[in-house]
Design a protein around this ligand. Structure first.
Ligand code: SAM
Length: 281
């Protein structure tokens, strides 16, 4: 189970290892590490205050009228966590799906994911959940018609993304197959992006991902902007705790960062710009 360190500790000028992604975050001179809590628990709390489920439903209605997914019979969902958004996507947009594989590295999330898939939420579809990182996963038995990567990229380094996108192009995705990426657009100012960056949790940017996908030969079939709402003005809120979970900062450091950035005096800081991109080979 992925857990953050329980102890309150002082770290002097050493890189903090990001418990979520196991890669170093910004170097900090003093880090007070938060109470023991699993990634699954943190993420579940964020989703309680986040409107992604409702917003995605609206986005999918637009996508349904513009993109034809009728050829999609097989799908891999990477970084699916409990799988609920990917299941929503498959139920609404993939009417001819026969095989659905979810790849998720967090063991606690995989347990919930398996339980969700066993509820028969995708009738007539063979489903499975693999506990693995996308970097170490050996890939599908045969190329698949669709790969979903919703909100996955923040924890994958640029080098690992390059390798993954290359594998998508050469091994994982069938000819005419599609890749769906949902990610933040960091050039639009938002409290979530500013605070994450200020605390050293660098977020992947959708525009960068699109360039990386193009570099291995994918082309954009469709893109759609959407706005999520994430209020980071309260340093003791679940959403700020979630950001602190990536960086090891204390609540008082988060409060100081919020003041430094002047978040409370800027308008519309709770709007978090995101984009969905659908790519094909
Ligand atoms: C922000 S959550 C998004 C979950 C879901 N896709 C959604 O949008 O609701 C990212 C998920 O990706 C998983 N993850 C992060 N890095 C991963 C990796 N390298 N391989 C597999 N899963 C990963 C995390 O454990 C987490 O469950």
């Amino acid at each position: 189970m992925a857990r953050y360190t329980i102890a309150y500790c002082i770290i002097l000028n050493v890189p903090v290892i990001n418990a979520y992604s196991f890669r170093p975050c910004a170097s900090v001179s003093l880090s007070v590490v938060m109470a023991d809590v699993s990634l699954h628990q943190l993420f579940a709390k964020v989703r309680e205050v986040d409107d992604f489920a409702a917003v995605l439903r609206t986005v999918m209605e637009d996508v349904a009228s513009k993109v034809d997914f009728s050829h999609v019979k097989s799908c891999v969902a990477m970084g699916a966590h409990h799988g609920e958004r990917e299941i929503d996507f498959a139920r609404r947009l993939l009417p001819n799906l026969r095989s659905f594989v979810a790849v998720e590295r967090d063991p606690e999330a995989v347990e919930v994911l398996r339980a969700n898939l066993q509820k028969g939420v995708l009738p007539g579809v063979e489903t499975s959940a693999v506990e693995a990182s996308v970097q170490s996963w050996s890939g599908p038995d045969e190329p698949v018609d669709a790969v979903l990567m919703l909100n996955l990229m923040n924890s994958i380094t640029a080098a690992d993304r390059k390798a993954l996108f290359q594998k998508l192009m050469t091994q994982y995705v069938s000819d005419g197959g599609m890749v769906v990426i949902a990610n933040s657009v960091n050039s639009v100012p938002s409290g979530y992006v500013l605070l994450s960056e200020r605390l050293g949790n660098l977020l992947a940017d959708y525009d960068e991902l699109e360039q990386e996908m193009a570099a291995v030969g994918f082309r954009v079939l469709y893109r759609q902007d959407y706005e999520l709402h994430r209020d980071v003005s309260n340093p003791s809120s679940d959403i700020v705790t979630y950001i602190r979970g990536f960086t090891g900062h204390s609540e008082s450091e988060a409060r100081a960062a919020i003041d430094d950035i002047g978040l409370l005096s800027q308008p519309n800081m709770n709007i978090f710009a995101n984009r969905l991109g659908i790519f094909t080979k």
